[in-house]
Design a protein around this ligand. Structure first.
Ligand code: T4K
Length: 376
C-alpha cells in the first residue's frame, strides 16, 4: 500500500504559476533595451493598467510585497489607536499594525468561514478605535455588509487583507468594492504572482499621491520630502513576470476548479473532515483548498494527519498556526485572552491547507485523499 501511494517527488501546498521562460525573456528584452529597471517604469504601468481591468479597480497602487502595501495603506489612511482585527491570520496582517504603532484588538472568528465575527465587533469598540482590519480568510469573504454597517455607525475605516482573494467576487461585485481599501498579495505562492509583490485597491482617488510618496521614501518632488516613507516599489522585472502570469490565470483557475471537485468527491464521506473553501466560479479565488479535521469524529488530530501525509512525501500547511493573539508581544492584551477567542482557538488546531495548484495531477489528489481515508 505504502509503495503504491508514496510520491517520488515532494508534493507541496502550492507551486508558483510560471510563464514560459521565452515569453518572459522577450518582454525582458524591452527592459534591457530601455535600461529602466525600477522606479515607476513602463512595465509597471502596463501591469497596473491590466490589473485595474482584471480587478475592476478604479484606483490601484503596486508595491514590492503585500505586507508593505498593507503597512503603508494603513499609514495613508491615517489610522490611529486601536484596530479591531482577527487573531486567525498570517503574521503580516498584525505586523502591519505594529509597524504603524497601532494596537490590535482581537475579535473572535465565526466558525463556518473563519473570518472576523461581525456580531462581536461592536462590543470591542472604544473611543480609541479607528478602524476594522478584516481578512478574507482562505478566500471566504467577510460579512462585508455587516462590517460596513458597524463602520458607518461608529465612523470607522474598513481595510481588508485580501491576500487570498485575487479576482474573487461577492454578489457579482469585485471583492475590493467593499471597505475603504483592500490589499492583495502577489507572492510566489499566490494564484497571481510577481515573485514578490502586492497591491492596494482603494476608493478615495486622493490617496494615490500619498501612496506614491509613501512607497518612494516620501519624496514629493526634486525639492521636497513630504512624509516619512519607505522603499516599497515594484520593479520592472517583477512587473514583467506579472504581465505574463496574468495571461495564465483563467486557465489556472479552471484547473484548480477540477482539482477542488476531485478533493470534494473523495473527502465527502469521511466523518470529521469538512471543506472550508466551498466557493466556486466567480465567487472563488481558487487560492487554497482547506479542510477542517474534528478529532472527536475523525479519530485522529489535524497534527496527526499533517505528520501522516509527510510520510508519503506530501507537505500540507497548518495555516494559520500559531494564532497571532498568542504571539509573545500580544499576550498581555485583554483581547488576546484564550477565553475571549474560542472559535479561533479551535480553528488553529483543526485547519489544514492541502496541496492545491494547477499542475497537481488529479490522480495525485485521489491518492492524497486515500491516505486520509485509510488513516481513520
Ligand atoms: N496577509 C495574509 C492573510 C497572508 O496570507 C499573507 C501572505 C500576507 C498578508 C502577506 O503577503 P506578502 O507580504 O507575502 O505578499 C507563504 C507566503 O510567503 C506568504 O506570502 C503567504 N501569505 C503565506 C500564507 O504563505 P510560507 O512561510 O508558508 O511560505 P513557504 O516558503 O513555506 O512556501 C509554501 C510552499 O510553497 C512551499 O512549501 C513550497 C511552495 N513554494 C514556495 C515558494 C516561496 C514554491 O514551490 N516555490 C516558491 O518559490 O508563507
Amino acid at each position: 500500500m505504502i509503495i503504491e501511494i508514496m510520491f517520488k517527488e515532494p508534493i507541496y501546498v502550492t507551486r508558483p504559476l510560471l510563464p514560459k521562460l521565452h515569453e518572459v525573456c522577450s518582454r525582458l528584452d524591452q527592459v534591457w533595451e530601455s535600461k529602466w529597471l525600477t522606479n515607476n517604469g513602463p512595465q509597471q504601468h502596463k501591469l497596473e493598467e491590466e490589473l485595474k481591468k482584471y480587478l475592476q479597480a478604479e484606483n490601484l497602487s503596486l508595491f514590492n510585497n503585500g505586507t508593505l502595501a498593507l503597512l503603508l495603506g494603513l499609514k495613508a489612511l491615517d489610522i490611529t489607536g486601536e484596530v479591531i482585527t482577527t487573531p486567525f491570520t498570517f503574521p503580516a496582517t498584525v505586523q502591519a499594525l505594529d509597524w504603524n504603532n497601532l494596537t490590535p484588538v482581537f475579535c473572535d472568528i465565526e466558525p463556518t468561514t473563519l473570518t472576523l465575527d461581525a456580531a462581536k465587533i461592536e462590543s470591542l469598540i472604544t473611543d480609541k478605535t479607528s478602524a476594522i482590519l478584516a481578512v478574507h480568510t482562505f478566500g471566504n469573504p467577510c460579512d462585508v455588509e455587516q462590517i460596513q454597517a458597524i463602520a458607518n455607525k461608529y465612523k470607522l475605516k474598513v481595510i481588508y487583507d485580501g491576500a487570498h482573494v485575487f479576482g474573487a467576487k461577492v454578489g457579482g461585485h469585485p471583492i475590493s468594492k467593499f471597505g475603504d481599501m483592500t490589499m492583495f498579495s502577489f507572492h510566489a505562492t499566490k494564484l497571481f504572482n510577481t515573485v514578490e509583490g502586492g497591491g492596494l485597491v482603494y476608493h478615495d482617488a486622493n490617496l494615490s499621491e500619498t501612496l506614491n510618496q509613501l512607497k518612494n521614501f516620501g519624496i514629493a518632488n526634486s525639492d521636497e520630502v513630504k512624509i516619512s516613507g519607505l522603499n516599497a516599489k515594484l520593479n520592472e522585472i517583477q512587473s514583467v513576470i506579472g504581465i505574463e502570469v496574468l495571461k495564465m490565470i483563467e486557465d489556472e483557475r479552471h484547473k484548480r476548479h477540477e482539482i477542488k471537485r476531485v478533493y470534494e468527491r473523495n473527502l465527502a464521506e469521511i466523518p470529521g473532515i469538512s471543506v472550508l473553501t466551498k466557493l466556486e466560479g466567480e465567487n472563488s479565488s481558487y487560492q487554497y483548498f482547506v479542510i477542517q479535521i474534528e478529532e472527536e469524529l475523525y479519530g485522529k488530530s489535524r497534527d496527526m494527519v499533517f505528520e501522516k501525509l509527510k510520510e508519503f512525501n506530501v507537505f500540507t500547511r497548518k495555516y494559520f498556526y500559531p494564532l497571532c493573539s498568542d504571539f509573545q508581544w500580544y499576550k498581555h492584551l485583554e483581547s488576546a485572552r484564550k477565553e475571549n477567542l474560542p472559535f479561533a482557538q479551535k480553528a488553529v488546531k483543526q485547519v489544514l491547507a492541502m496541496p492545491f495548484y494547477g499542475e497537481l495531477q488529479l490522480e495525485s489528489v485521489e491518492k492524497i485523499c486515500k491516505v486520509i481515508r485509510d488513516f481513520i
